[in-house]
Design a protein around this ligand. Structure first.
Ligand code: NAI
Length: 308
Protein backbone atom coordinates (compact mmCIF):
# COMPACT_ATOMS: atom_id res chain seq x y z
CA UNK A 1 0.00 0.00 0.00
CA UNK A 2 1.46 3.38 -0.90
CA UNK A 3 1.61 6.28 1.52
CA UNK A 4 -1.50 8.46 1.51
CA UNK A 5 -3.21 11.23 3.42
CA UNK A 6 -6.98 11.16 3.23
CA UNK A 7 -8.07 14.79 3.45
CA UNK A 8 -5.75 15.33 6.41
CA UNK A 9 -4.89 18.52 8.28
CA UNK A 10 -1.49 19.03 9.90
CA UNK A 11 0.05 21.53 12.28
CA UNK A 12 3.82 21.90 11.98
CA UNK A 13 5.29 24.03 14.76
CA UNK A 14 8.43 26.03 14.03
CA UNK A 15 7.72 25.62 10.31
CA UNK A 16 9.18 28.99 9.29
CA UNK A 17 12.64 27.58 8.64
CA UNK A 18 14.84 24.48 8.60
CA UNK A 19 13.23 21.12 9.27
CA UNK A 20 9.73 22.44 9.99
CA UNK A 21 9.60 24.31 6.68
CA UNK A 22 10.61 21.14 4.87
CA UNK A 23 8.03 19.00 6.76
CA UNK A 24 5.27 21.49 5.93
CA UNK A 25 6.18 21.58 2.23
CA UNK A 26 6.51 17.80 1.93
CA UNK A 27 3.12 17.19 3.60
CA UNK A 28 1.43 19.95 1.56
CA UNK A 29 2.83 18.48 -1.67
CA UNK A 30 0.96 15.27 -0.75
CA UNK A 31 -2.35 17.08 -0.30
CA UNK A 32 -2.25 17.71 3.44
CA UNK A 33 -3.67 21.09 4.52
CA UNK A 34 -1.04 22.67 6.76
CA UNK A 35 -0.89 25.20 9.58
CA UNK A 36 2.56 26.77 9.35
CA UNK A 37 3.35 27.91 12.90
CA UNK A 38 6.39 30.06 13.65
CA UNK A 39 7.09 33.05 15.86
CA UNK A 40 9.96 34.04 13.58
CA UNK A 41 12.64 34.61 16.22
CA UNK A 42 16.38 34.01 16.02
CA UNK A 43 18.09 30.69 16.70
CA UNK A 44 18.00 31.40 20.46
CA UNK A 45 14.23 32.03 20.26
CA UNK A 46 14.51 35.80 20.72
CA UNK A 47 12.68 38.41 18.68
CA UNK A 48 9.85 37.61 16.32
CA UNK A 49 8.35 38.32 12.92
CA UNK A 50 5.43 37.01 10.89
CA UNK A 51 7.65 36.87 7.77
CA UNK A 52 9.04 33.38 8.45
CA UNK A 53 5.63 31.65 8.53
CA UNK A 54 4.18 33.87 5.77
CA UNK A 55 6.99 33.03 3.34
CA UNK A 56 6.44 29.29 3.81
CA UNK A 57 2.67 29.66 3.35
CA UNK A 58 3.32 31.60 0.14
CA UNK A 59 5.72 28.95 -1.16
CA UNK A 60 3.17 26.19 -0.44
CA UNK A 61 0.24 28.02 -2.04
CA UNK A 62 2.37 29.01 -5.07
CA UNK A 63 3.08 25.30 -5.52
CA UNK A 64 -0.67 24.52 -5.48
CA UNK A 65 -0.93 23.45 -1.83
CA UNK A 66 -3.12 24.70 1.00
CA UNK A 67 -1.63 26.38 4.08
CA UNK A 68 -2.30 29.08 6.65
CA UNK A 69 0.09 30.83 9.02
CA UNK A 70 0.05 31.06 12.80
CA UNK A 71 2.54 33.19 14.73
CA UNK A 72 1.98 32.06 18.33
CA UNK A 73 4.79 30.83 20.52
CA UNK A 74 4.40 27.17 21.44
CA UNK A 75 5.76 27.99 24.88
CA UNK A 76 2.45 28.87 26.53
CA UNK A 77 -0.79 26.98 27.07
CA UNK A 78 -2.73 29.74 25.28
CA UNK A 79 -0.26 29.63 22.39
CA UNK A 80 -0.74 25.85 22.07
CA UNK A 81 -4.52 26.26 22.06
CA UNK A 82 -4.38 29.07 19.47
CA UNK A 83 -2.18 26.98 17.17
CA UNK A 84 -4.58 24.01 17.21
CA UNK A 85 -7.60 26.35 16.91
CA UNK A 86 -6.04 27.79 13.75
CA UNK A 87 -6.35 24.32 12.22
CA UNK A 88 -9.94 23.86 13.41
CA UNK A 89 -11.04 27.36 12.38
CA UNK A 90 -9.53 27.14 8.90
CA UNK A 91 -9.82 23.47 8.02
CA UNK A 92 -12.33 22.00 10.50
CA UNK A 93 -10.04 19.31 11.93
CA UNK A 94 -6.57 18.37 13.17
CA UNK A 95 -5.06 15.00 12.24
CA UNK A 96 -1.30 15.44 12.36
CA UNK A 97 0.81 17.39 14.84
CA UNK A 98 4.54 17.78 14.25
CA UNK A 99 6.09 19.16 17.44
CA UNK A 100 9.18 20.67 15.86
CA UNK A 101 9.62 24.25 17.17
CA UNK A 102 12.78 24.73 19.15
CA UNK A 103 15.86 26.75 19.80
CA UNK A 104 19.27 26.42 21.44
CA UNK A 105 21.10 28.26 24.21
CA UNK A 106 24.31 26.27 24.63
CA UNK A 107 26.64 26.78 27.62
CA UNK A 108 28.60 24.46 29.86
CA UNK A 109 26.47 23.63 32.90
CA UNK A 110 28.72 25.50 35.35
CA UNK A 111 28.15 28.69 33.35
CA UNK A 112 24.52 28.22 32.40
CA UNK A 113 21.93 30.69 33.67
CA UNK A 114 18.99 28.76 35.04
CA UNK A 115 16.66 30.99 32.97
CA UNK A 116 18.26 29.51 29.87
CA UNK A 117 17.61 26.04 31.24
CA UNK A 118 13.92 26.60 31.92
CA UNK A 119 13.50 28.56 28.66
CA UNK A 120 14.50 25.45 26.70
CA UNK A 121 12.22 23.19 28.76
CA UNK A 122 9.42 25.69 28.04
CA UNK A 123 9.90 25.58 24.27
CA UNK A 124 10.88 21.98 23.55
CA UNK A 125 9.05 20.05 26.27
CA UNK A 126 6.19 22.29 27.34
CA UNK A 127 5.71 23.55 23.76
CA UNK A 128 5.02 19.96 22.71
CA UNK A 129 2.86 19.39 25.80
CA UNK A 130 0.72 22.51 25.18
CA UNK A 131 0.12 21.75 21.49
CA UNK A 132 -0.47 18.05 22.09
CA UNK A 133 -2.83 18.76 25.00
CA UNK A 134 -4.96 20.98 22.77
CA UNK A 135 -5.08 18.44 19.91
CA UNK A 136 -5.28 15.20 21.92
CA UNK A 137 -8.98 15.06 22.93
CA UNK A 138 -9.98 15.89 19.34
CA UNK A 139 -7.76 13.13 17.99
CA UNK A 140 -9.09 10.59 20.52
CA UNK A 141 -12.66 11.54 19.66
CA UNK A 142 -12.15 11.16 15.90
CA UNK A 143 -10.06 8.00 16.43
CA UNK A 144 -7.26 9.26 14.24
CA UNK A 145 -4.13 11.15 15.14
CA UNK A 146 -0.45 11.22 14.30
CA UNK A 147 1.86 13.08 16.68
CA UNK A 148 5.60 13.52 16.27
CA UNK A 149 8.05 14.53 18.99
CA UNK A 150 11.29 16.04 17.71
CA UNK A 151 13.91 14.63 20.05
CA UNK A 152 17.65 14.68 19.44
CA UNK A 153 20.72 12.48 19.74
CA UNK A 154 21.87 15.13 22.26
CA UNK A 155 19.05 14.01 24.54
CA UNK A 156 19.29 10.31 23.73
CA UNK A 157 23.05 10.11 24.17
CA UNK A 158 24.27 13.47 25.60
CA UNK A 159 26.30 16.36 24.22
CA UNK A 160 28.66 18.88 25.80
CA UNK A 161 27.05 22.25 26.58
CA UNK A 162 23.56 20.85 26.03
CA UNK A 163 22.26 20.09 29.53
CA UNK A 164 19.17 22.27 29.00
CA UNK A 165 18.50 21.05 25.46
CA UNK A 166 19.27 17.38 26.21
CA UNK A 167 17.00 17.34 29.27
CA UNK A 168 14.08 18.67 27.24
CA UNK A 169 14.75 16.37 24.31
CA UNK A 170 14.83 13.16 26.35
CA UNK A 171 11.78 14.28 28.34
CA UNK A 172 9.89 14.27 25.03
CA UNK A 173 10.62 10.54 24.72
CA UNK A 174 9.19 9.93 28.21
CA UNK A 175 6.16 12.01 27.24
CA UNK A 176 5.72 9.84 24.14
CA UNK A 177 6.11 6.56 26.04
CA UNK A 178 3.33 7.52 28.45
CA UNK A 179 1.09 9.00 25.74
CA UNK A 180 1.08 5.82 23.65
CA UNK A 181 -0.57 4.00 26.58
CA UNK A 182 -3.56 6.32 26.15
CA UNK A 183 -3.66 6.81 22.38
CA UNK A 184 -2.74 3.62 20.57
CA UNK A 185 -6.07 1.81 21.01
CA UNK A 186 -7.80 4.89 19.52
CA UNK A 187 -5.47 5.06 16.49
CA UNK A 188 -3.74 8.13 17.90
CA UNK A 189 -0.11 7.24 17.32
CA UNK A 190 2.94 9.01 18.69
CA UNK A 191 6.53 8.62 17.48
CA UNK A 192 9.79 10.46 18.02
CA UNK A 193 12.54 11.41 15.63
CA UNK A 194 16.15 12.38 16.29
CA UNK A 195 16.97 14.33 13.12
CA UNK A 196 20.27 15.28 11.51
CA UNK A 197 20.09 18.16 9.03
CA UNK A 198 21.85 21.30 7.97
CA UNK A 199 19.81 24.24 9.25
CA UNK A 200 20.64 27.57 10.86
CA UNK A 201 20.68 25.64 14.17
CA UNK A 202 23.48 23.31 13.08
CA UNK A 203 25.40 25.35 10.50
CA UNK A 204 28.17 26.16 13.01
CA UNK A 205 28.85 22.51 13.78
CA UNK A 206 28.27 20.71 10.47
CA UNK A 207 31.41 19.76 8.60
CA UNK A 208 31.38 21.35 5.11
CA UNK A 209 32.25 17.87 3.79
CA UNK A 210 28.77 16.59 4.73
CA UNK A 211 26.79 19.80 4.26
CA UNK A 212 25.51 18.94 0.79
CA UNK A 213 24.08 15.62 2.03
CA UNK A 214 22.18 17.11 4.94
CA UNK A 215 19.03 18.53 3.34
CA UNK A 216 16.06 18.56 5.76
CA UNK A 217 14.00 16.66 3.13
CA UNK A 218 15.75 13.44 4.17
CA UNK A 219 14.13 13.86 7.60
CA UNK A 220 10.76 14.94 6.17
CA UNK A 221 10.48 11.66 4.26
CA UNK A 222 10.42 9.83 7.62
CA UNK A 223 7.89 12.34 8.97
CA UNK A 224 5.59 11.72 6.00
CA UNK A 225 5.83 7.95 6.48
CA UNK A 226 5.14 8.10 10.24
CA UNK A 227 2.16 10.46 9.77
CA UNK A 228 0.53 8.62 6.88
CA UNK A 229 -2.82 6.85 7.11
CA UNK A 230 -1.11 3.49 6.51
CA UNK A 231 1.55 3.73 9.23
CA UNK A 232 0.52 1.83 12.36
CA UNK A 233 3.73 2.40 14.30
CA UNK A 234 3.62 3.99 17.73
CA UNK A 235 6.30 4.57 20.35
CA UNK A 236 9.18 4.40 17.89
CA UNK A 237 12.32 6.53 18.15
CA UNK A 238 14.06 6.98 14.81
CA UNK A 239 17.41 8.59 14.12
CA UNK A 240 17.16 10.08 10.63
CA UNK A 241 18.99 12.28 8.19
CA UNK A 242 21.40 12.20 5.23
CA UNK A 243 19.69 9.09 3.86
CA UNK A 244 20.39 7.23 7.14
CA UNK A 245 17.42 5.81 9.08
CA UNK A 246 17.77 3.76 12.27
CA UNK A 247 15.54 2.72 15.14
CA UNK A 248 16.75 3.63 18.62
CA UNK A 249 15.42 1.84 21.67
CA UNK A 250 15.66 1.78 25.44
CA UNK A 251 16.37 -1.73 26.64
CA UNK A 252 17.04 -3.49 29.93
CA UNK A 253 19.56 -6.25 30.57
CA UNK A 254 18.54 -9.66 31.92
CA UNK A 255 19.78 -8.60 35.39
CA UNK A 256 20.61 -10.77 38.38
CA UNK A 257 19.29 -11.22 41.93
CA UNK A 258 21.72 -10.49 44.73
CA UNK A 259 21.57 -11.14 48.47
CA UNK A 260 19.41 -14.29 48.53
CA UNK A 261 16.36 -12.40 49.78
CA UNK A 262 18.45 -10.17 52.07
CA UNK A 263 19.59 -6.64 51.16
CA UNK A 264 22.96 -7.04 49.41
CA UNK A 265 25.97 -5.06 50.55
CA UNK A 266 27.49 -2.37 48.34
CA UNK A 267 30.45 -4.75 48.03
CA UNK A 268 28.14 -7.42 46.56
CA UNK A 269 27.06 -4.86 43.99
CA UNK A 270 30.66 -3.96 43.19
CA UNK A 271 31.61 -7.62 42.82
CA UNK A 272 28.68 -8.31 40.49
CA UNK A 273 28.73 -5.18 38.35
CA UNK A 274 29.71 -7.18 35.24
CA UNK A 275 26.55 -9.32 35.51
CA UNK A 276 24.31 -6.36 36.45
CA UNK A 277 25.48 -4.47 33.37
CA UNK A 278 25.49 -7.41 30.94
CA UNK A 279 23.30 -6.36 28.00
CA UNK A 280 23.71 -9.55 25.95
CA UNK A 281 20.12 -10.69 26.70
CA UNK A 282 18.62 -7.19 26.83
CA UNK A 283 14.89 -6.75 26.25
CA UNK A 284 12.71 -3.77 25.51
CA UNK A 285 9.26 -3.22 27.01
CA UNK A 286 6.06 -1.49 25.87
CA UNK A 287 5.12 -0.21 29.34
CA UNK A 288 6.41 -0.12 32.92
CA UNK A 289 4.07 -2.90 34.08
CA UNK A 290 5.86 -5.36 31.80
CA UNK A 291 9.13 -4.65 33.62
CA UNK A 292 7.79 -5.51 37.06
CA UNK A 293 5.98 -8.57 35.70
CA UNK A 294 9.25 -9.78 34.12
CA UNK A 295 11.07 -9.35 37.43
CA UNK A 296 8.32 -11.23 39.35
CA UNK A 297 8.55 -14.04 36.78
CA UNK A 298 12.31 -14.29 37.22
CA UNK A 299 11.87 -14.34 41.02
CA UNK A 300 9.47 -17.25 40.65
CA UNK A 301 11.87 -19.08 38.32
CA UNK A 302 14.68 -18.66 40.83
CA UNK A 303 12.53 -19.75 43.80
CA UNK A 304 12.73 -16.30 45.38
CA UNK A 305 8.99 -15.63 45.77
CA UNK A 306 8.30 -14.92 49.47
CA UNK A 307 6.02 -17.35 51.37
CA UNK A 308 2.37 -16.11 51.82
P1 NAI B 1 15.65 26.11 12.97
O1 NAI B 1 16.18 27.12 13.89
O2 NAI B 1 15.92 26.26 11.51
O3 NAI B 1 14.07 25.95 13.12
C1 NAI B 1 13.41 26.06 14.34
C2 NAI B 1 12.18 26.91 14.12
O4 NAI B 1 11.41 26.91 15.34
C3 NAI B 1 12.51 28.36 13.79
O5 NAI B 1 11.85 28.76 12.61
C4 NAI B 1 12.04 29.13 15.01
O6 NAI B 1 11.58 30.45 14.71
C5 NAI B 1 10.92 28.23 15.52
N1 NAI B 1 10.64 28.47 16.93
C6 NAI B 1 11.54 28.58 17.94
N2 NAI B 1 10.91 28.81 19.09
C7 NAI B 1 9.58 28.83 18.81
C8 NAI B 1 8.41 29.01 19.61
N3 NAI B 1 8.49 29.25 20.92
N4 NAI B 1 7.20 28.96 19.00
C9 NAI B 1 7.10 28.74 17.66
N5 NAI B 1 8.18 28.59 16.87
C10 NAI B 1 9.40 28.63 17.44
O7 NAI B 1 16.20 24.71 13.48
P2 NAI B 1 15.95 23.22 12.98
O8 NAI B 1 17.27 22.57 12.90
O9 NAI B 1 15.06 23.20 11.82
O10 NAI B 1 15.22 22.59 14.24
C11 NAI B 1 13.92 22.01 14.21
C12 NAI B 1 13.79 21.05 15.37
O11 NAI B 1 14.67 19.94 15.17
C13 NAI B 1 14.15 21.64 16.72
O12 NAI B 1 13.28 21.13 17.72
C14 NAI B 1 15.56 21.13 16.94
O13 NAI B 1 15.90 21.09 18.30
C15 NAI B 1 15.46 19.75 16.34
N6 NAI B 1 16.72 19.13 15.97
C16 NAI B 1 17.41 19.57 14.88
C17 NAI B 1 18.58 18.93 14.53
C18 NAI B 1 19.32 19.27 13.28
O14 NAI B 1 20.25 18.53 12.92
N7 NAI B 1 18.98 20.36 12.59
C19 NAI B 1 19.16 17.86 15.35
C20 NAI B 1 18.33 17.44 16.44
C21 NAI B 1 17.15 18.08 16.73
Amino acid sequence: MSISFDNRVAVVTGAGSGLGRSHAKVLAARGVKVVVNDLGGNVAGQGGSSDAADEVVEAITDAGGVAVANYDSVASAQGGRNIIETAIDNFGRIDILINNAGNVRDKSFAKMDLENFTALLDVHLMGAVYCTRAAWPIMLEQQFGRVIMTSSSSGLFGAHGHTNYASAKLALVGFMHALIQEGTSKNVLVNSIAPMALTRMTEQVVSPKFASTMQPEFVSAMIAFLCSDECGLSGEIVECGMGYYSKVQISEGAGIFLGDGEVPTPDDIQDNWAAISDMSDAKTYRHAGQVSRAVFRKMRDEGLVPEE
